[in-house]
Design a protein around this ligand. Structure first.
Ligand code: PNS
Length: 171
């Protein structure tokens, strides 16, 4: 099947909260494609429990970080429902995600297969996480921040401030 050139990609996720690992993927997608939209999912992907930060807060934190980076050209939109539908509505031809370890691979492969079944025209594109962020995840950040540990090297400064408001300053 002929697929047309991808000039608009979506970087989806729960971003609860956005980490430097996520930002690395978003900024690399921006280098690779002319147009990037970050899609912030209302529901949490891998977890049963609700998110720590509201959809509004998660979206806002990414917008603030992108402005601080001088990347206002990257759109950030909340979404609920199917990712393939979001891509269709926004006219995006690809989904970009980061891969850290083999455990990510199995989960992401399953999602990519499902998305391809639902929307064969949509391309799934993976970038390998930069080595310094290979162990960084939102769940690790939430966990150690809630235990009073400094996470300033794992998240953007504005996110660090929100985490300290939520969990208190590191001891
Ligand atoms: O941050 P995550 O947990 O890796 O993000 C997962 C997310 C939000 C991208 C995924 O759960 C998703 O696409 N959710 C929207 C619902 C959907 O389309 N489900 C089918 C594909 S899994």
């Amino acid at each position: 099947m002929n697929k047309s050139q991808v000039d608009h990609v979506v970087v989806p996720g729960t971003f609860d909260p956005v980490t430097l690992g996520h930002m690395d993927v978003i900024l690399r997608a921006r280098r690779l494609f002319p147009r990037v939209t970050v899609a912030v999912a209302a529901s949490v992907g891998k977890r049963g429990s609700g998110p720590t930060f509201s959809l509004d807060q998660r979206t806002q934190m990414i917008r603030e970080t992108l402005v601080a980076e001088g990347c206002e050209d990257v759109a950030v939109e909340p979404f609920s429902g199917l990712l393939v539908e979001f891509c269709r509505v926004h006219g995006a031809g690809g989904v970009v995600k980061g891969l850290r370890a083999m455990t990510d691979f199995e989960y992401e492969m399953q999602q990519a297969d499902l998305n391809s079944h639902l929307a064969p025209e949509l391309e799934s594109i993976f970038v390998m996480s930069s080595p310094e962020y290979g162990y960084v995840s939102s769940s690790i950040v939430r966990e150690i921040s809630s235990m009073g540990c400094d996470v300033s090297s794992l998240v953007p400064p504005n996110v660090n401030r929100r985490l300290m408001e939520r969990f208190g300053s590191p001891s």
